[in-house]
Design a protein around this ligand. Structure first.
Ligand SMILES: *Cc1c(COP(=O)(O)O)cnc(C)c1O
Length: 441
């Protein structure tokens, strides 16, 4: 997509500055109100915070948002209906929520150098749905990473709208023992399948691909067969924001993402595109696939995009990758086989069967020790996916907590000891994690 400085589809006047009454000046989210009114629910929320603070969070798509992001999520913007887009709303009284959405759009376009951003998708899946709706009609052919090799549900699962409404063809990664070491996207296969099937769109981006994706090569292949290139950068756009991974923006027609993974914003979605597709994308989000935007979430996205533009976030993104690299090496030293031999990102997938356990056993034994990670069916996994040979872990959350290389070298042995079902480990993990409170008092 052509890289641009500003979003041409949004033109607005400076909002009226609104004098605040004292009550508004001092307003803040009141968690005590929930405690008083609904102790049962408040207790569950606080217990969840306790769980997050006393166990080791290694789920690859999770992170800890800032208190500023949480404050925006808990703000009265949750009350406002604002169907449409800034200055073009179906409802009255939207002037001030417009400010929040414009800030989110401006910050997203600025952060990623995209001409246009749509910040309304409710989640990553909603963003992908809208991207397909903007570019495809039901029955169109789409070439995407096969699900058993790391494609997301929205990349053609029969259980998902994508597989029902479009004809997906799947490409994969090279097998273990391949000349490239295995586990890498088979670009020759992508090109061959593209030529054979002439898809209307090619999708790249995955739920568990540890290496950088060659977006330039995908663009070349898409151009060769006159297909759109959709990049689903749900996992990695936060690394892009911090300059720790190459950007898909110059190459893709449309970039879809989540805002809650490495990007560390609220749970939600984001779409970036060129000016040429701006109107189609906006219509595909609203009114085609969504109703009123979640403005509290959009405000929280604006806060997160501002944070992601800081030098501190760039340092964070680079530390996320450094942590993952070190952790991959340390897990290999414990006897696991790391897919592709390492990682360029926040994400690691590892075969745990050399240690005598399956993926599902590894997940359970780690959970018993307070280590929260996913089982993962590796590409070419001989086990069924509910058993799996592998685990998938990510370093985005622990890095937000302040963990760095010294901690990563402690995490790998903790995982290995958990797999050996060592007793009393949960208390040790809780002590270890307790040194890195996600929300210090
Ligand atoms: C996480 C993810 C999504 C979906 O995001 P949700 O917010 O869970 O809907 C889509 N695509 C990819 C590649 C992902 O990793």
């Amino acid at each position: 997509m052509p890289v641009a400085e500003t979003s041409p589809s949004y033109r607005w006047e400076v909002p009226p500055s609104t004098p605040l009454r004292p009550a508004a000046q001092t307003w803040q989210p009141d968690f005590d109100a929930l405690r008083r009114q609904d102790p049962e629910l408040a207790g569950a929320l606080l217990a969840e915070l306790e769980r997050q603070s006393t166990t080791l969070q290694l789920i690859a798509g999770e992170n800890f948002t800032s208190s500023a992001v949480l404050a925006a999520l808990g703000s009265p913007l949750a009350n406002k209906y604002a169907e449409g887009y800034p200055s073009r709303r179906h409802h009255s009284g939207c002037e001030l929520v417009d400010v929040a959405e414009r800030l989110a759009v401006e910050r997203a376009t600025g952060l990623f150098g995209a001409a246009h951003a749509n910040v309304q998708p409710y989640s990553g899946s909603s963003a992908v749905l809208a991207a397909y709706a903007a570019l495809l009609v039901p029955g169109d052919k789409v070439l995407a990473m096969a699900l058993p090799h790391g494609g997301h549900l929205t990349h053609g699962s029969q259980a998902n709208f994508s597989g029902r409404w479009f004809r997906f063809v799947g490409y994969g990664v090279t097998p273990p023992g391949a000349p490239d070491g295995g586990g890498l996207i088979d670009y020759d296969q992508v090109r061959a399948l593209a030529r054979e099937h002439r898809p209307k769109a090619i999708v790249c981006g995955a739920i568990a691909y540890p290496r950088h994706i060659d977006y330039r090569l995908f663009r070349e292949i898409a151009d060769e067969v006159d297909a759109y290139l959709i990049v689903d950068a749900a996992h990695t756009l936060g690394l892009v924001a911090g300059g720790a991974a190459p950007s898909p923006v110059p190459y893709a027609d449309v970039v879809c993402a989540t805002t809650h993974k490495v990007l560390r914003g609220p749970r939600g979605g984001l779409i970036l595109c060129g000016a040429d597709l701006a109107q189609r994308i906006d219509r595909a989000v609203f009114p085609f696939s969504q109703g009123g935007p979640h403005l509290h979430s959009i405000a929280a996205k604006a806060a997160a995009f501002a944070e992601a533009a800081t030098p501190a976030f760039a340092a964070y993104a680079h530390q996320v990758v450094a942590n993952a690299r070190l952790l991959a090496d340390a897990l290999a030293a414990e006897g696991m086989t790391i897919t592709t031999g390492g990682t360029d990102t926040h994400l690691i997938t590892a075969d745990v069967t050399p240690l005598g356990v399956t993926g599902v056993q590894a997940r359970g034994r780690c959970a018993a020790a307070g280590i929260v990670l996913d089982k993962y069916a590796l590409p070419y996994d001989p086990q069924p996916s509910d058993i799996a040979s592998g685990i998938r872990i990510g370093t985005a959350a622990v890095t937000t907590q302040g963990m760095a290389e010294p901690e990563m070298s402690q995490v790998a042995p903790l995982i290995a000891r958990a797999l050996r079902e060592e007793q009393g480990l949960a208390a040790e993990v809780a002590r270890f994690v307790g040194g890195f409170p996600p929300y210090p008092a």
